[in-house]
Write a protein that binds this ligand. Structure first.
Ligand SMILES: Cc1ncc(COP(=O)(O)O)c(C=O)c1O
Length: 407
């Protein structure tokens, strides 16, 4: 071809884009027709399709939904519903109303808009180590650099965060507060208070990403950073319907103070001409009459059963080969380690190609290359008890036949 497109790429396209290993693994799973412990997405049979179909029919009675929708912040009814719901669950401080809720194309768009609103080239962002790669890949695109605080089973370690904030001037802290992706950990209220105090002390704002909040199987529900911060309003909160209704509807939201709302709006308008009000209406119409308690109990029960089955199957077949892991109180993920297996990326490719079992190597969740080389993330979201058993057997076989250090 005559045109050299590579020479014309922007700095961002040339230097700051990194491929998503999760996407690569999911592709390998499909190509190899493998069993998958990879997907951080809900099971299709748990989508409330009947209810959504009825709401979709209702949407067709509202022709205005098929015009350009006049509110760039998204469908007002859904924003009001979100406020009522979050308020009833004690997640909101007083100052939040529907004016502070901005609907997004999944919470990933919320991450992207916050990135564009706050990050300048060279800014330092504080992350949990490990964390959700699609967030730090997005921050990196804008030219961000990273400093990481260590986490344990109860989230960010305050001592580690204090050191990070003392030694660096950080733009914001990005934290996944409940059933963290990938580590499965949840910070109890006391830990959150400590983290918030540190952020106040060093005048750092918090990006609280909470897509797994309603997938709790056991334990207490801690207070959100958003609520704990109160009038201080130093928290931007990201919510999502992807894990609790269906990801294909592409609907999430940001809760933000007024001055951020107008910036999010300007960024949205300069980027896309609104989002489909149709999809937002379907969600609103479905949710507004829904009895939430039994709805969530059903989801929680299904995912608890899957977690328990995967835990039992791994304990039977893979723990004897050296795996250890933490058991999360909710969400989709188990986080494990196989000490001595330091090339998990190669093992993941080997396992999917030979034994047809997909897993995600934990190292990709660390922004600094070379960390967590012997770690592994399992998702139980789409894993029925039968698949858990067969998958664990395949993983054990792959471990027995894999030769570390060889191509
Ligand atoms: C921590 C976290 N944040 C954000 C997202 C993005 O979800 P969505 O854009 O579908 O709402 C995900 C999806 O896996 C996630 O795990």
């Amino acid at each position: 071809m005559s045109v050299n497109w590579n020479a014309r790429f922007s700095t961002m396209a040339r230097e700051r884009l990194d491929s998503s290993f999760i996407a690569e693994m999911i592709k390998l799973v499909v190509e190899n027709q493998a069993i998958s412990f990879t997907a951080g997405e809900p099971s299709t049979e748990l989508f409330p399709l009947e209810g959504l179909a009825a709401s979709a029919r209702n949407a067709f009675r509202n022709p205005d939904l098929f015009s350009y929708y006049p509110f760039d912040e998204g469908l007002l009814g859904l924003r009001e519903w979100i406020v009522g719901w979050m308020r009833a669950d004690g997640l909101l401080p007083e100052w939040v109303s529907a004016k502070n809720v901005f609907l997004t194309n999944g919470s990933q768009e919320g991450i992207n808009l916050v990135t564009e609103a706050l990050i300048d080239e060279g800014d330092l962002i504080a992350l949990e180590d490990p964390t959700y790669p699609e967030a730090f890949l997005n921050f990196a695109r804008q030219g961000a650099r990273f400093v990481s605080a260590a986490v344990d089973k109860e989230g960010i370690l305050p001592d580690s965060l204090e050191k990070v904030l003392r030694e660096n001037r950080v733009k914001f802290l990005y934290t996944i507060v409940s059933f963290q992706n990938p580590r499965g950990c949840t910070a109890p209220t006391e830990r959150r208070r400590q983290v918030l105090e540190l952020c106040r002390k060093f005048d750092v704002v918090i990006l609280e990403d909470d897509p797994y909040h309603y997938l709790r199987f056991e334990g207490d529900v801690p207070e959100s950073y958003l609520r704990l911060a109160g009038d201080d309003a130093r928290v931007l909160y990201l919510g999502s319907f992807s894990k609790i209704v269906a990801p294909g509807l592409r609907c999430g939201w940001v809760v933000a103070p007024p001055e951020i709302m107008s910036t999010l709006n300007h960024l949205r308008v300069s980027n896309v001409i609104g989002l489909p009000a149709f999809s937002q209406y379907i969600l609103f119409d479905f949710l507004k009459d829904l009895d939430l308690a039994p709805y969530f109990e059903h989801l929680q029960k299904a995912y608890r059963t899957r977690r328990d089955a995967l835990v039992a199957a791994l304990e039977r077949h893979v723990v004897p080969l050296g795996l250890s892991f933490d058991i999360p109180e909710g969400g989709f993920f188990l986080w494990g380690r196989i000490p001595g297996l330091n090339d998990m990326v190669r093992f993941a490719r080997f396992a999917v190609e030979t034994e047809k079992i997909g897993i995600i190597p934990g190292t990709i969740f660390f922004p600094t290359k070379g960390k967590g080389l012997d770690t592994i993330r399992f998702s139980f979201a789409k894993v029925t008890p039968e698949i858990a058993e067969e998958g664990a057997l395949r993983l054990a076989r792959a471990l027995r036949t894999f030769t570390p250090g060889e191509a």
